[in-house]
Design a protein around this ligand. Sequence first.
Ligand code: PLP
Length: 394
Amino acid sequence: MTETTAYGLSTRSVHAGERRDAEGAVHTPLYNHSTFAFDSTADLLDVVEGRKTGNLYTRYGLNPTIRATEAKLADLEGGEQALAFSSGMAAEAATFLAHCRTGGHIVCIGEVYGGTFELLGDNLPQVGITTTFLRADEVGRLPQVLTGRTRVVFFETPANPTLTVFDIAAISAQARAAGALTVVDNTFATPVNQNPLQHGADLVVHSATKYLGGHSDLTAGALIGPAELLAPVAMWRKNLGQVIAPETAFLLARSLRSLPVRVRAQNDAAAAVAAFLHTHPRVARSHYPGLATGEQKRIVDAQMRGGGGMLSAVLNADADQTAAVVDRLLLFAIAPSLGGVESLVTQPITTTHHGMDPAERAKRGIADSMIRLSVGLEDADDLIADLAQALDAD
Ligand SMILES: *Cc1c(COP(=O)(O)O)cnc(C)c1O
């Protein structure tokens, strides 16, 4: 099936991009092959010279399993094309290298994944690409920090771990007016809850390691957008050797077929957990897009279809008491990832924001007593009971 956009999201998750083979397999087989043969030199040249799309060499991404998974990813995000990578960081790095070049400037808004922070702050300056970081409360300064050299405006929404949402349409319009591309990390929301391209973003990046993979058993990344903007990124991916492995692409396609079912169940369970935490006496503050108020709620309503499976809470406790609450949880595993079927918990000061200066953390609203939860596919009642026993024990 190639033209599937008239169907609903669940139908597209199952059918988009799939190719039946001569054996009748019900979905695209795993082609582990590194290279593909042609009937004639003329046929080979058609692919090499770009007159036809076809299979050629797996590191180029020209492999049937990889291409089928990319077609599904593009369809789910409503983009023209997708590139699949060996990790989310690979997708980000190739995007920045392809679209910034030496002398280029990036604006990064709000909290971002620790690896992204390091890439922008430590690695890219070594090749002459610099970044201005704006805290969430400084987003109004975007027009002042955009310069003639700004090539990319980058942000996550909702952002980790404060679950702050950013207005994709407003930021994209400001970036476009300054001649910069808007790149949105849609890892937390997933295409089930939000399609940034519909709201004016130029490119969407994913750590497919999280919800898209969904089972904590693969590492992958994706970039989705117009073919014209992906072409230069594909060249970096090819020559840096960052393509997704065919086995991983096969597993990722397997996962994408159940993405809407999983994410909608996680939305519902997270909303129930957030409602419980919101009124618990041990909780000073809880953050969940589905419980946002004021301007944050306006943004959620304008661009999100569901609140997602991620939430955080600041406890009435010190750092050690918070660690004790975390350690008492039985169903939430202490682990620094998210988006899988098993619920996970982290204390951001011990993981994503471990290296950050405490004063800087405080400015960003990341308290010592903050916990971040990734709600899995367990029964919400069981998760709530587990949180209740952990919070009420002392
Ligand atoms: C995990 C994560 C990344 C990095 O992805 P990897 O697949 O680990 O390389 C980027 N952005 C967000 C929001 C993430 O959670």
